[in-house]
Design a protein around this ligand. Structure first.
Ligand code: SAH
Ligand code: F3S
Length: 434
């Protein structure tokens, strides 16, 4: 009988892909199968996120629960970004944890598993050419890493400390991965990196051809049978004209762009060391909309960064009103260890921070309701990926609306035209046209 693995993944798409990599290793080399039942697991993994403080606090309470409920003899491993930044301290605080494996070390899962109390958290470890075995959660869409780590030093962000310096994965490996996924039936690839449009600045060896992100997109789009290319996250600073023009004119690139704004105030952006101004951001949106009408734009916003005044916050609202983002991930600033902003003293009053977040989210809802209502009666091509329990099948439009229709599994993996008949806040309902 195979051994059972229970894995919980928190945080971003990079973490989801890291979990797929670990599952692949454990299946191929160690004979594990995944389970959703904690009690039957022989190995329990938590793939953690440390971008904000809340998930870290949650980790220790969750570990306690897992330890109480686990089957006798089951091992517990803590992986990912919190593993990277807390390292040994995790085993000190939760001595029943068997090993700690950093976000930059997931390829070592097979090793740490057999060592007692191993802590592998080296952020200089080079995994950029690691040949992972195959495991993908979805047969329709393949997540593919194109770079590891991050070379920026945004003053609020812990990621460069948990994932290390940025190294790009050679383009022939990425193209090989994409071809393999397409051969197995995927029609969409989702490229992943902390800073995808900085791709190509540094490879692990100088022998690799210096291909930039725009060129990588061109090369990938030549793969026959690959219909859609998505990526996350590009950085507004690196959105040059060449990149925007390729994005707009290449029919395989989905017209959905994530543009993490963080703040609309040039002063705050400087304090954050983001490398662009409010005007540059708005200029890039204007160029994008001119080249690719109908493009959807999503963003990340942090409110109440140290020193954010009412006027600075007003600048963020101003950008929101001008751009009318299609999706916003908004957060209250959370001080993180080993970041520059951790030492900033001009903290915003917590009550003011909460009020700003609520105000911003209410404005976002208003904008979304208006934009979603405009979709009524329109026709979109939807790539169906998920079977829902309620007799519906859902998928995404090229510009990233989630759409569901009544149907069954034969729609999965298919592109079909759908007319929108009902509007919801996060999901649109439609009818198949043919
Ligand atoms: N390069 C990645 C960023 C990863 S962090 C990307 O562009 O997706 C994801 C988001 O978390 C950031 O864009 C930011 O909005 C938010 N975030 C990061 N550090 C934070 C902090 N200290 N407090 C609040 N939000 C933070
Ligand atoms: Fe973080 Fe800025 Fe990199 S938000 S992941 S340091 S681009």
């Amino acid at each position: 009988m195979s051994k059972k693995l229970f894995i919980e993944t928190l945080g971003c798409a990079m973490n989801s892909r890291d979990s797929e990599h670990m599952i692949a290793q454990l299946r191929e080399k160690e004979g594990y199968e995944t389970t959703t039942e904690l009690k039957e697991a022989d190995l329990i993994l938590i793939n953690t996120c440390s971008v904000r403080e809340k998930p870290v606090a949650k980790l220790f309470s969750e570990l306690g629960v897992f330890n109480k409920r686990k089957k006798e003899g089951a091992k517990i491993g803590v992986c990912g970004c919190t593993a990277s930044h807390l390292g040994e301290e995790i085993i000190k605080r939760a001595p029943y944890v068997n090993f700690v494996l950093g976000a930059r070390n997931v390829s070592k899962i097979g090793e740490v598993l057999h060592k007692n109390k191993a802590v592998e958290v080296d952020i200089n470890y080079d995994e950029s050419e690691f040949a992972f075995d195959d495991f993908r959660t979805s047969p329709y869409k393949a997540y593919i890493n194109i770079s590891i780590g991050c070379d920026k030093s945004c003053t609020f962000c812990i990621v460069p400390k948990t994932r290390g310096d940025e190294i790009s994965i050679p383009d022939e490996l990425i193209i090989g991965e994409a071809k393999k996924a397409v051969d197995k039936g995927a029609k969409e690839v989702f490229l992943l990196g902390q800073n995808v449009n900085n791709y190509g600045r540094r490879f692990s060896s100088s022998e690799h051809e210096k291909v930039n992100f725009t060129e990588l997109l061109r090369r990938l789009s030549k793969i026959e049978g690959l219909e859609r290319i998505r990526f996350t996250s590009p950085h507004p600073f690196h959105m040059d004209d060449e990149f925007i023009e390729e994005f707009a004119s290449n029919p395989k690139i989905c017209k959905s762009m994530h543009m993490p704004l963080q703040s609309g105030s040039t002063k705050v952006l400087q304090e954050m060391k983001r490398g662009y101004s409010k005007e540059w951001f708005l200029n890039r949106v204007e160029k994008l909309r001119a080249e690719a009408p109908g493009v959807s734009i999503s963003t990340d916003i942090i409110v109440a960064f140290p020193g954010e005044s009412d006027e600075d916050f007003e600048d963020t609202l101003d950008v929101m009103r001008k751009v009318e983002f299609d999706q916003i991930f908004s957060f209250k600033y959370s001080p993180r260890p080993e970041t520059e902003a951790e030492h900033f003293t001009n903290i915003v009053d917590p009550e003011v921070a909460s009020d700003r977040l609520s105000y911003l989210q209410a404005l976002n809802t208003e904008i979304l309701d208006k934009k979603n209502a405009e979709q009524m009666g329109k026709t979109f091509t939807v790539y169906f990926e998920d079977l829902n329990a309620d007799g519906f099948v859902s998928g995404r439009t090229d510009n990233n609306f989630v759409v569901k229709v009544k149907g069954s599994e034969e729609l999965l993996g298919q592109f079909r035209d759908v007319k929108i008949t009902k509007i919801g806040r996060t999901i649109l309902t439609g009818e198949l046209l043919v």
